[in-house]
Design a protein around this ligand. Structure first.
Ligand SMILES: [Zn+2]
Ligand SMILES: [Zn+2]
Ligand SMILES: [Zn+2]
Length: 270
């Protein structure tokens, strides 16, 4: 079991789009592929911060992801947005509470996510459920964050960024010279300013063609051309992309990520 991820390291827990890959009922070449890099659970990463592990998003596959990586728990959780594929694994974090001695899990999210957490997981905040001696619920402490207001968590500074994801605004994050921007359709100019000089950009890239709420490959490559990060990893990948084929089509410094990909020292710890 991994008690603590070394500070500066990152694990891709999930790299798939909202359906996951393979997708239920699909027999396409990628969904039927034996290549493990074509098996994508819903998008999430976990990072080693100086004072604990930070999880970004709680995907519906959270349980399988923690079992696969032999992780115990995250000390803190950061949310990009409240879509089902990023939030609805939240209940499984009750296991974190059992394992961490019922220390509150510090959750950092926008007002929109906070509202959705209260609406979807009303029971977590119900004193009658909290005091009932069975079942168990995660012990959460919610903290509100806003775009461009830097905050500190687990001894590390994080800058939330405004990202346009179709009809809703969501958050991306810059952590030192690493940025995580999943579910991106448009990067507004005020966010562009904060994305120069990156060592590592992790960006949502759904498929070859554009999509109403996600960037397609050409849109991502155009953005990468402007920002010139040293290296790029795609996440939130659909079944249109075969890992091997896409890797061959891309320049060396741009790679599709895959579930379980481990990056060492990918951001300086502050
Ligand atoms: Zn998503
Ligand atoms: Zn398919
Ligand atoms: Zn989304």
């Amino acid at each position: 079991m991994i008690e603590k991820i070394p500070a500066g390291d990152l694990i891709f827990l999930g790299t798939g789009t909202s359906h996951g890959v393979p997708m239920i009922g699909c027999e396409c070449a990628v969904c039927s592929s034996p290549d493990p890099r074509n098996k994508r659970t819903r998008s999430s990463i976990i990072l080693g911060f100086p004072e604990g592990d930070l999880l970004i998003d709680t995907s519906p596959d959270l349980r399988q992801q923690f079992l696969r990586e032999r992780l115990l728990y995250a000390d803190s959780i950061l949310f990009t947005h409240p879509h089902v594929d990023h939030l609805f694994g939240l209940d499984d974090t009750r296991r974190f509470s059992h394992l961490n001695g019922m220390r509150p899990i510090e959750v950092f999210c926008s007002e929109h996510v906070e509202r959705e957490i209260h609406a979807r997981f009303e029971y977590i905040f119900d004193p009658a459920v909290q005091n009932f001696p069975a079942g168990g619920i995660p012990k959460l402490h919610l903290n509100r964050i806003e775009p461009f207001r830097e905050f500190e968590v687990l001894g590390q500074k994080v800058l939330p960024l405004r990202i346009i994801h179709g009809r809703i605004e969501i958050l991306g994050f810059r952590i030192g010279d690493l940025a995580y921007c999943t579910d991106v359709k448009i990067v507004p100019p005020e966010t562009m300013e904060h994305l120069y000089g990156l060592e590592t950009l992790i960006i949502g890239c759904l498929r070859y063609d554009p999509h109403p709420t996600h960037m397609g490959l050409d849109e991502v490559l155009e953005l990468v051309e402007k920002l010139q990060p040293k290296r790029v990893f795609f996440t939130h990948i659909g079944h249109g992309f075969d890992h091997e084929k896409l890797s061959r089509e891309l320049p060396e410094h741009i790679r599709p990520a895959f579930d379980g990909l481990y990056l060492e020292k990918c951001f300086p710890t502050s």
